[in-house]
Design a protein around this ligand. Structure first.
Ligand SMILES: [Zn+2]
Length: 351
């Protein structure tokens, strides 16, 4: 049995699950997102290249992926540190940092931030979506020179040439349709989870069939679905019946784009991005249907413009604004605590 059993693994080492406190299960503290750059609309090239300024803030909020500098969250370590101190003051305890190979994971920075702010940070093992896979990754098999071994080693020994160990696998990136290279990574994830008894978190493609398909691949490879989080449901599953069908598969159900309100979602123009009010309605619906043990929430901050330094909502938005809204919409204090403390704790504790 690995030493992680019954514990949570942070970038500073193992902790007791009861030490986590309120936990955001899907955030990024340092990363790059150039893989998802969207060319600006004709006529907007100047805005897209200009420094970030107050008078362009609305444009930036509506076109966050068209501004190259906005995609470099790794340039904002000091601002993120300030945010984490505010997050602690607001009652936050822990953050799961989902940056995986392909979007510039930086474990030494995470360790420094954890030391300097007192926020528990849990890092992610594994690989982001196909466009970020290296040729080397593509050539690897699940079993021989081996994706599974690399993921296991990132959890047991440390990642990126450091001794800093990941405490979850993911976010594991998948596109739609799921590519062959992504299927391999999903199978390796399931095999690594079987060896380690660890938490897993998946980024689904932008199609309503994507979450179910990713879970089926994990299941067939022996993964533990009850210890797996499906991210980004707020931009993926809209129909209540389809949501309930998916919920029956048994994964955690994550609404992790709190704070994101935009007219056009450039990665899938068919999607109407919900508002925060609609996200709270979805949580209330899932609770009524009996899924309060399965819900997790977060902001998935991954660009500069969502930091308070750039007029954004920051890492404390859920604690400061969404929790009161949840309470005002009939979700009880007990249910809120379950979503923020108990469910993340159950998920993050190694078997
Ligand atoms: Zn993410």
């Amino acid at each position: 049995m690995p030493e992680q059993s019954g514990k949570v693994q942070t970038v500073l080492g193992l902790i007791e699950p009861g030490q986590l406190g309120r936990t955001m299960t899907h955030e990024h503290l340092t990363m790059t997102f150039e893989c998802s750059h969207v060319p600006p609309a004709p006529g907007d090239e100047g805005l897209a290249a200009a420094p970030i300024e107050m008078k362009h803030l609305h444009w930036l909020q509506q076109n966050p992926y068209s501004h190259s500098e906005n995609l470099l969250l790794n340039q904002e370590i000091e601002a993120v540190k300030e945010e984490l101190l505010c997050y602690r003051k607001a009652g936050g305890g822990s953050i799961v940092e989902n940056t995986t190979t392909g979007i510039t994971r930086n474990l030494p920075v995470l360790r420094k931030l954890a030391k300097e702010t007192g926020v528990h940070i849990i890092a992610g093992a594994g690989y982001y979506v196909d466009v970020t896979h290296s040729d080397e990754t593509r050539k690897m098999t699940v079993e021989k020179v081996c994706l599974t071994d690399i993921i296991v080693s990132e959890v047991l020994h440390g990642a990126d040439g450091t001794d800093i160990r990941c405490g979850v696998i993911g976010e594991i990136g998948t596109s739609w349709p799921i590519t062959e290279s992504e299927k391999k990574v999903l199978r390796a994830t399931a095999h690594a989870q079987t060896q380690l008894g660890c938490p897993v978190i998946i980024h689904p493609g932008r199609n309503k069939a994507a979450p179910g398909e990713a879970i089926r691949i994990l299941q067939e490879a022996g993964g533990n679905i009850s210890k797996t989080v499906m991210s980004h449901l707020d931009r993926t599953l809209f129909d209540q019946q389809e949501l309930l069908e998916f919920a029956k598969m048994g994964s955690y159900l994550e609404y992790d784009l709190f704070g994101t309100e935009m007219l056009n979602y450039p990665f899938n123009l068919d999607v109407d991005m919900p508002s925060d009010s609609q996200r709270v309605q979805a949580l209330a619906f899932l609770i009524r249907e009996g899924y309060e043990d399965r819900i997790l929430i977060a902001h998935d901050i991954h660009t500069k413009h969502r930091l308070t330094k750039y007029g954004g909502h920051g890492f404390s938005h859920i604690l400061k604004n969404i929790v009161p809204k949840m309470l005002s919409r009939g979700i009880t204090q007990n249910q809120v605590e379950k979503i923020l403390i108990e469910n993340p704790k159950q998920w993050l504790t190694f078997k």
